[in-house]
Every structure is written in structure tokens, then in C-alpha cells.
Design a protein around this ligand. Structure first.
Ligand code: FAD
Length: 472
């Protein structure tokens, strides 16, 4: 029996453990902070559970256009409810713990042995786990490192868990902040700024760039920036936060240009650091890049024979879905099953703001910088009948297809349910479906997915029209 030892119980680790057990491996999973990892306990699951509540309030705040007016003189329906942050966060934390418990139960049922402790490699095939009972030595034919990341901390803005917070600490709040400063306008910063604004908290977003969501589709970022400004989120652009300190009942965030921003709380969302230091990786021959991420190939192999790596610690794509796929691929490869390589140009992702922003495959940047010759078509949602009925004014569908064949190679959807709508485009990208075949499939009328099919239909003359015409 092949002995598999996995370090880290997040999606990279636990999904690998399930495949390892399915393929007949003797699997031991060592985890230090809770099965499910950061994905389940502090990052993905808690934030999306919080957003499930904030989404309801977002919808209520826009319902006046549907003829629903508050009875008590509030500006909109969201002003008619009491937002109990203590209850919201209790629900968030319970749900995360329950999800962690469900995953642990499933692992045990599948025959995976769970060791609760911190693991480190002492040689290529030997791991030592430090547990509450002492040290345990584990021998392995195959090792998978799936240790994830932790929040980056600025030296002069150390989180205190009360008013200076990282994203793992926000769920301890029982009262709504009076004024929340969010530092960082990447995906995490944008999601929290959006959620707290919807909960009724005045939000200041400190962004080091011109626009929110640097690195994302620029048209999508523009929509979100406009929505944020319209909702009254104060965006301080081109401002780099250098420090955060407590002062009286509040916090003061110091910017690089000397300005100071005052609020009741600050949430630092300035990136992540891989959990790869001090666990014997380099000593075992595992190459780390200069930022500390494990270098892996498309089947999750590190540079050391028998040692694989998956998830955020590889720096490939910080998504739970990618971590899980990398972990499964590692096991398929190590235990001799058929192995599909990780194809980064088919990865779908979503930003859970209102509206949501979902993307897959080729990007606008790829086209603008000449890495892709794809034709591009962007269709605003405002022309969609369902969107009109539901009063959605912000958003669009953008499709990318190859100029000769019309094969769909990418897409961006900005819409309230973009995370669901993107699946059809994702399927098209992974199965190399053409715009014509895509457009010939039925959609429901009226539906937002009708706009995705319409975008494909308008790309019928792909390759015969200049990209500039198509994007107009
Ligand atoms: C706020 C936020 C929201 C997010 N939302 C989404 C989302 O909606 N969708 C999505 O796809 N992704 C989301 N992500 C990203 C997602 O959380 C990560 O991509 C995912 O957690 C990566 O999984 P992983 O298995 O690599 O690591 P993790 O989930 O971080 O798990 C690693 C585990 O390993 C443990 N560990 C570390 N070192 C050791 C050691 N030496 N020994 C034993 N155990 C160890 C850790 O304690 C942890 O339990 C979000 C991230 C953030 C920050």
C-alpha cells in the first residue's frame, strides 16, 4: 500500500486525501488549525456566508425601483431592518465549524487518518507531526504539501483583533463598525467593502491604484468602481497605507503621502504569505521561488522526487477550486491514475460583490498585450429583458473567441448571479465550443443567460470585424 502523508487540511489537502484513499493509498492528513483549512474556517466559507446576508440588504436597498417603499420613512427597505452583526457572525462561525466537521467525518469514513498537529519534513520521506500529545514520526512514499497562506502584515499596522483587523478576525465583531477603513482594493478588500457597505456601515476604501480590482478585467473594474461611488463608498485612490494605530475609540491609518484617515476600525487586506518557512522544504530539496511559493509543474510535482504541492502555497491561483484540483491531480499522478494536467486558461473565478464579476480563460489584458488574437464582444446587461424586469442596470457579458474557428476561449460576466452564469462559458472554454454551437443551444426567456447566448450570436462574423467594432 502506498503511504501518503499530506500536510494541510484545506481544499488542497482534504480533496487530495479523498482521492488518495479512493485509489487505495494509506493516507494520513496532518493539519494544525482545523480540517477545511483557511478556506472553510477563516476565508472563503465565512466571507461568502457574510455576503449571503449582505446580498439580501443590497437587494432591499435597490427594491424601491420595483415599487417597494419603506413604511417608516427610511431611504430604502434596507433601512427598515435591524442588522444584528453579533447574530450574523455567530451564524458565520457556526456554519464554518459545521462544514469543517462534515469534511472531517467524510475523511474518516473514507479511511483517512487525521493527525491534529503541525507537520514538518525531516527528510524526503519522513514527516514529524507535533501534536498535543508530543511528536509523531510518519514515513511516506508520497508527500503532499498543502499548507496554504496567512495574511500579510505591514510592520506598522499589526492587527490587534479588536479595531485593527485582518480578514480572519472580522467575525469576532458583535457591533457594526461606525466607520470602517478597508486597506486594499483587490478581491478581498472589494468583497468586504461591498459587504459592509450593504450592512449599512460607512466604508472608506484605500486603494493603491487608480481603480479598484487592479489586475481584473478593466471594464468590470470600472463598473464596480462606479457602483461603489454611487453607493457612497469613499474611495481614496493612488494611496498606499503605511501604518495603522489605535487612537481613543478609533483607528488612524497613515498614508505614504502623509495624509491620515480616521475610522472606528480598519481591515487590512494587503495580500498573503505562503506557509512554507520552517517546515523543512528546502532542506528536502523542494525549490521555493523568491516569494516563498513552492515551484510545481502541471501535475503538482515539486522539484523533490515524491514531494508534491497543491493550493495557495504554490502561488498558482489562489482559489479553493484550484487548490482542490491541484491536490487531486497530485494523487492521480502519484498513485498511477489517468492525469489531466492543470490548464490555467480554463480556470473560472468570481468576485462576490454586487454585482458579481466572474471570469474564465483569455482576458482583455491578453488581447490588449498581444498574447491572444481573440475577437471580443461586450454586451451591456441593460438591454436584457430579465435585467430590466429585475431593475439590474450594472453589468455586461463579454466573450472572447478565436478569429478563424470561432472557438470560445474566454469570458467575463458582470451580473448579480455571475458566479452561476459563468459555468456555461467555462464549459464552452474547456470543451472548445464555437460561438455558433453555443448560440444554437436554447436559453430560457427571459433570462440573463439569454445575453450570454446573444453575445455568442453576435460573434457569428468573428474574424471579419475589427475588435474595435465588436467591443462598441
Ligand atoms: C477572504 C478570502 C475569501 C476567499 N474566497 C474564496 C472564494 O470565494 N472562492 C475560492 O475559490 N477561493 C476563495 N479564497 C481563496 C481560498 O480560501 C484559498 O485559495 C484556499 O483556502 C486554498 O486552499 P489550500 O488548501 O491551499 O490552503 P488553506 O485553505 O489555507 O489550508 C491550509 C491548511 O494547512 C494548515 N497548515 C499550515 N501549515 C501546516 C503545517 N506545517 N502542518 C500542518 N498543517 C498546516 C493550515 O492551518 C490550514 O488549515 C478566499 C480567500 C480569502 C482570503
Amino acid at each position: 500500500m502506498t503511504k501518503v502523508v499530506i500536510l494541510g487540511g484545506g481544499p488542497g489537502g482534504y480533496e487530495a486525501a479523498l482521492v488518495g484513499a479512493q485509489l487505495g493509498g494509506e493516507v494520513t492528513l496532518v493539519d494544525s488549525d482545523g480540517i477545511g483549512g483557511s478556506a472553510v474556517l477563516t476565508d472563503c466559507v465565512p466571507s461568502k456566508t457574510l455576503i449571503a446576508t449582505s446580498d439580501v440588504l443590497s437587494a432591499m436597498s435597490e427594491a424601491t425601483g420595483l415599487g417597494l417603499h419603506p413604511a417608516n420613512g427610511a431611504d430604502d427597505l434596507s433601512g427598515t431592518v435591524i442588522t444584528d452583526l453579533g447574530a450574523i457572525n455567530t451564524r458565520v462561525l457556526h456554519l464554518a465549524q459545521a462544514q469543517s466537521g462534515d469534511i472531517a467525518t467524510r475523511l474518516v469514513e473514507e479511511g483517512v487518518r487525521i493527525v491534529r498537529g503541525r507537520g514538518r519534513l525531516v527528510s524526503v520521506g519522513t514527516i514529524v507531526a507535533t501534536t498535543s500529545l508530543g511528536e509523531e514520526r510518519l514515513e511516506a512514499d508520497v508527500v503532499l504539501v498543502a499548507t496554504g497562506t496567512h495574511p500579510r502584515v505591514l510592520p506598522d499596522a499589526i492587527p490587534d483583533g479588536e479595531r485593527i483587523l485582518d480578514w480572519t478576525q472580522v467575525y469576532n465583531l458583535t457591533d457594526l463598525p461606525e466607520r470602517l477603513i478597508v486597506v486594499g482594493s483587490g478581491v478581498t478588500g472589494a468583497e468586504f467593502a461591498n459587504a459592509y457597505d450593504a450592512l449599512g456601515v460607512p466604508v472608506v476604501l484605500v486603494s493603491s491604484r487608480d481603480m479598484v480590482l487592479p489586475g481584473e478585467d478593466p471594464d468590470a473594474a470600472r463598473v464596480l468602481q462606479d457602483v461603489f461611488e454611487r453607493r457612497g463608498i469613499e474611495i481614496i485612490s493612488q494611496a498606499r497605507a503605511m501604518s495603522a494605530r489605535r487612537e481613543g475609540d478609533g483607528v488612524v491609518v497613515g498614508l505614504e503621502d502623509g495624509r491620515e484617515v480616521r475610522g472606528s476600525h480598519v481591515l487590512m487586506a494587503v495580500g498573503s504569505i505562503p506557509n512554507t518557512a520552517g517546515i523543512g522544504l528546502e532542506e528536502a530539496g523542494v525549490t521555493l521561488d523568491k516569494r516563498g511559493y513552492v515551484t510545481v509543474d502541471k501535475v503538482s510535482r515539486s522539484s523533490a522526487r515524491g514531494i508534491y504541492a497543491a493550493g495557495d502555497c504554490t502561488g498558482v491561483f489562489a482559489l479553493a477550486s484550484v487548490a482542490a484540483m491541484q491536490g487531486r491531480i497530485a494523487m492521480w499522478h502519484a498513485l498511477g491514475d489517468a492525469v489531466p494536467q492543470l490548464k490555467q486558461d480554463t480556470i473560472a473565478s468570481n468576485i462576490f460583490t454586487a454585482p458579481e464579476i466572474a471570469t474564465v480563460g483569455v482576458t482583455q489584458k491578453d488581447v490588449d498585450e498581444g498574447r491572444s488574437t481573440a475577437d471580443v464582444l461586450m454586451l451591456p446587461l441593460a438591454s436584457n429583458a430579465r435585467a430590466k424586469m429585475q431593475e439590474f442596470t450594472d453589468g455586461f457579458v463579454k466573450l472572447f473567441c478565436l478569429p478563424i474557428t470561432g472557438i470560445i476561449v474566454g469570458g467575463v460576466i458582470v451580473a448579480p448571479t455571475a458566479s452561476e452564469l459563468i459555468h456555461a462559458v467555462s464549459l464552452a472554454v474547456s470543451q472548445r465550443i464555437t460561438v455558433d454551437d453555443f448560440a444554437h443551444a436554447f436559453t430560457v426567456y427571459p433570462s440573463l443567460s439569454g445575453s450570454v447566448a446573444e453575445a455568442a450570436r453576435r460573434l457569428h462574423n468573428h474574424g471579419k470585424m475589427a475588435t474595435a467594432e465588436l467591443t462598441n
